[in-house]
Design a protein around this ligand. Structure first.
Ligand code: KIV
Length: 331
């Protein structure tokens, strides 16, 4: 993030400028972080202001999720989102965060039909929106299409557990991996994705114990959104961190505004002349508050405070006892 000083000595941050001193995270660094037990903190963002905030706060990666179809475009689910809409969201996010590893989320219907579709749509994310990688939902059922994207030279992240695009086939948004069949299916999918060459997998909505088994048994990084604190990093939807999405908030998501609001008030009080700050670097409003919230989230992830028990799905003793009987369970 390049900065200059204003005439009254305030720091001014350049918007959307490539900073040659900032190295984007690489897949080698992500591997190393897993090996060293260093956790990855990332968020979603779908536009320039929030991607800017995420980069300035110092997130490791940004996902332009198809959840943007809901929280940004107002659809009821992620299913209606089109590739053209995702390109607009991802390009806007890229302009806000030119120095951060950016992942474009392949919307439903853009990678399942054929390998050709999968490759050409993934290429759109990379060439038009300058994404560093793409994410696809599903395991064995779409493995050949994911492999085609990887063979075309692009980075793919897998997404297993509760995969919202196919939520109807789970009977709705339900916690996954709680019984032996479900857990084994997810582990087999994860192993197939690893063999196909994905650089990481995101697990959504699973209790911590089965998610931990997957993180421990795979060599590639395994991240979670609502998958407990025993995985290699955490993702949260930006609009949940900010408390911006009113219709719904998943059980595992935390709004960080209450944690930082008093720090924000103290900061505003500490500014001598708000008018000058407003005119010189604009650090007097929601951008500052949002950045404080993302910084606190990152700290909580790195220090293993979030998600903790409060933001993880519980599992009953009887369910865990059954899961431990799986042929894949390692004590
Ligand atoms: O679209 C999205 O933001 C996602 C997360 C819910 C994992 O895929």
């Amino acid at each position: 993030m390049s900065t200059t000083k204003t005439k009254n000595g305030f720091t001014k941050h350049a918007f959307g400028v490539i900073d040659s001193k900032k190295n984007k995270i690489s897949i080698l660094k992500l591997q190393k972080m897993k090996k060293n037990g260093d956790l990855v903190a990332w968020v979603t963002a779908y536009d320039l202001p929030f991607a800017y905030v995420a980069e300035k706060a110092g997130v490791d990666m940004i996902l332009v999720g198809d959840s943007g179809g809901m929280v940004q475009l107002g659809y009821q689910t992620t299913n209606p989102v089109t590739m053209d809409e995702m390109i607009i969201l991802a390009s806007s996010a890229r302009r806000g965060a030119p120095n951060t590893f950016l992942i474009g989320d392949m919307p439903q219907g853009t990678y399942e039909v054929s390998k050709e579709d999968a490759v050409s749509n993934a290429l759109r994310f990379v060439k038009e929106s300058l994404c560093d990688a793409v994410k696809c939902e599903g395991g064995i059922r779409v493995i050949n299409h994911i492999k085609a994207i990887i063979d075309a030279g692009m980075l793919v992240m897998g997404h297993l557990g509760l995969t919202p695009q196919s939520a109807v086939s789970f009977g709705g948004y339900r916690v996954q991996g709680k019984n032996v069949i479900g857990f084994e299916q997810i582990l087999e999918d994860a192993l197939a994705l690893q063999d196909a060459g994905v650089f990481a997998i995101l697990l959504e909505a699973m209790p911590p114990e089965p998610a931990q088994q997957i993180a421990q048994q795979l060599d590639i990084p395994i991240y979670g959104i609502g998958a407990g604190d025993k995985v290699d990093g955490q993702l949260v939807i930006m609009h949940d961190i900010m408390g911006f999405y009113q219709p719904f908030r998943p059980w595992f998501a935390k709004c960080y505004i209450p944690d930082v609001i008093s720090g924000f008030s103290n900061y505003i009080e500490s500014i001598g002349d708000l008018k000058i700050v407003g005119r010189e670097n604009r650090s007097d409003g929601l951008l500052v508050l949002a950045e404080m919230a993302v910084i606190k989230y990152i700290e909580d992830v790195k220090n293993r405070v979030f998600p903790g028990k409060d933001y993880s799905y519980p599992i009953k003793d009887a369910e865990l006892k059954e899961l431990r009987k799986s042929k894949y369970w390692r004590e």
